[in-house]
Design a protein around this ligand. Sequence first.
Ligand SMILES: Cc1cc2nc3c(=O)[nH]c(=O)nc-3n(C[C@H](O)[C@H](O)[C@H](O)COP(=O)(O)O)c2cc1C
Length: 218
Amino acid sequence: MTDATPALDLFEALHSTPARRYLKPDPIPDEVLWSILDAAIRGPSGGNAQGWGWIVVTDPEVKRQVAEWYREGWQRAYGSRRDEIMSGGAAGQALGVRNFLSAEHLAQHLEEAPVWVIPVLRGVAKSTSIRAGSSIYGAVQQLMLAARAYGIGATLTSLYLGHEDDVKALLGIPDDAATMALIPLGYPSQGRWAQPKRHPVEEVTHWGRWGETRAREA
Ligand SMILES: Cc1cc2nc3c(=O)[nH]c(=O)nc-3n(C[C@H](O)[C@H](O)[C@H](O)COP(=O)(O)O)c2cc1C
């Protein structure tokens, strides 16, 4: 923390950090990036192993190449079902039309985000553990909340993953490591720091054992 670190109430941040996919190309100062990354690496990892590395990508040629790979994934997962999603069909029920359009925008403009951060975790390239990611995703969320404090938008993305080996080769990532996400960062060009929509907390909270839900007392 420095005197220049922005102040934002923790609960306000927790309730107002949606995925921000409309981003300006304006650069992010290095000292702000350092501050965001220094907040991220305060996150938890099993045994405090910190088997991570955080790749900051700004090279236009690298971004152009990876964005192309991302768009392949986008097309396969969502783009090819655009009509169905836009007409409210099952494919888009969870995502919703507005989120689909923002995700489509990001897919089309990914390389314009001024900075990407790619969190990398060592030793998990061949892991079959369903919990492998737990040693980095807490820190990833800290990164996105720290960015929020600076008014910088972020989205955890994964659609480049069909080209994981290509991304690793391009960025010189060690064999045993895996990329865990690609997070485009930038100052938002549209949208709001609105509360993310979720199923109600009463519906998803189980008291003591699965299925024991309760109404929330006021
Ligand atoms: C594991 C994971 C992978 C994701 N991959 C992508 C992605 O490739 N592209 C994208 O635009 N958003 C991606 N997201 C963002 C989700 O779509 C987003 O968190 C979700 O829709 C909730 O958005 P909200 O917080 O704005 O409500 C991913 C999120 C997670 C947790």
